[in-house]
Write a protein that binds this ligand. Structure first.
Ligand code: ATP
Ligand code: MG
Length: 362
């Protein structure tokens, strides 16, 4: 909390107001004391005036001084009272739901500090409220998307099972075909449920990472090595530009492998074929940076980083029912948990995904 200078303190200011009002009252008393003394001497000399009249004159003189004191004091403190009223009114507005309302800061005393604290509280409350509303909206969207995505394969599984139940197949090959469809739809359903489970697990605020110190270069070489045959099968030629020097990072291996694997699988699913894939990994200042570039047939959306939104799926993914659209948003969350980053860029037919991890000393 900011400390207030003594001369700005409310107690000092009020003391000064009392002193000024007192001087004002004394000044007033001295102005009217001359006619008053004249009046008292008149009383003494004039047999017609009695002591009661003299007392009334004295009380009048004294009351004038008090009234002067009060008037000057009210004049001086009026601004503070008005400011206090403004603070009280604003607090009442905030309490009745007008979050985000602020009070103009006047002066440097305890009242302005109170106003500053109220402004901070009001803005924080507004932010929290907006955040909660957004969460609520996202949760509703999530439920709608989940229901839709789960219902699609389930409906077709039920449809094919009904055909089998009613014996509606012509020959053994058709029976086999139905079984295969049911099997692949079931796998898709399982993939969706697994992704959703992972997504909601990672969204929880108390998610924990199982951290260990690893040489990222050998880990990546191993993963890329496992994917090379699949890349080749899919007519993707890999240019491996992974550095040979050791780069140590502290990561949750399982989760980071998930990030890299989603990128490799995405490259397989969404690349133009045949084409080239560039994979590079190197240390840059205090970070370890992986870049994966693949070629695409058509330029992606205006804002390429929309791909990291939950349930975002491009046309290709939607048409082939390839993915759930959760892979990249899960990756984004994993990178946040590692204090790293993941983003995408597009240039001349190439999409480049960059994954940044903070580097540790060995
Ligand atoms: N390397 C890429 N090249 C072109 N488009 C991509 C690439 N990676 C992702 N995309 C686009 O971004 C979308 C989201 O990708 P994301 O990995 O989040 O989900 P997904 O692959 O559809 O499903 P899954 O949850 O199984 O990973 C994809 O559907 C695709 O349209
Ligand atoms: Mg994916």
């Amino acid at each position: 909390m900011r400390t207030i200078k003594f001369r700005n303190k409310l107690s000092f200011q009020i003391l000064m107001m009392i002193v000024i009002s007192l001087f004002g009252a004394i000044f007033m008393m001295s102005i009217i004391s001359r006619p008053l003394f004249e009046l008292i001497s008149m009383i003494m000399n004039n047999k017609n005036l009695n002591v009661l009249q003299a007392s009334v004159a004295f009380i009048g003189w004294f009351s004038t001084a008090i009234v002067t004191f009060v008037l000057i004091f009210i004049m001086l403190i009026r601004k503070k009272i008005m400011y206090l009223k403004l603070i009280s009114d604003t607090v009442q507005h905030i309490a009745s739901g007008e979050l985000g309302q602020t009070i103009e800061i006047k002066g440097k005393d305890e009242l302005s500090q109170l106003a500053m604290n109220i402004n901070y509280m009001s803005q924080e409350l507004e932010q929290k409220f907006i955040h909660e509303r957004l969460m609520e909206k996202e949760k509703n969207e999530l439920i709608t998307n989940i229901s839709h995505d789960l219902r699609t394969p389930l409906t077709s599984i039920i449809g094919y099972l009904k055909l089998l139940k009613d014996g509606q197949y012509k020959h053994k090959e058709q029976l086999q075909e139905y079984f295969e469809t049911i099997y692949s739809k079931s796998l898709r359903l399982k993939h969706l449920i697994d992704e959703l489970f992972e997504f909601s697990r990672l969204s929880s605020p108390d998610v924990k990472l199982n951290l260990s110190n690893v040489d990222m270069v050998s880990l990546l070489q191993q993963i890329v090595g496992e994917y090379i045959p699949i890349f080749e099968e899919e007519q993707l030629t890999v240019q491996n530009l992974i550095t040979e020097e050791d780069i140590h990072v502290v990561i949750d291996i399982e989760k980071m492998v998930r990030v890299y694997e989603n990128l490799f699988i995405n490259a397989i699913k969404y690349s133009q074929k045949p084409s080239e894939l560039l994979i590079s990994f190197e240390a840059e200042e205090n970070s370890a940076v992986l870049k994966l570039s693949n070629q695409v047939e058509s330029p992606p959306l205006d804002n390429i980083n929309k791909m990291f939104e939950r349930f975002f799926r491009g046309d290709k993914a939607r048409m082939d029912a390839h993915g759930s659209g959760l892979g990249l948003s899960i990756s984004k969350r994993i990178m946040e948990l590692h204090h790293g980053d993941i983003y995408a860029e597009y240039k001349n037919g190439w999409i480049t995904f960059t994954v940044v991890l903070p580097v540790t000393n060995k």
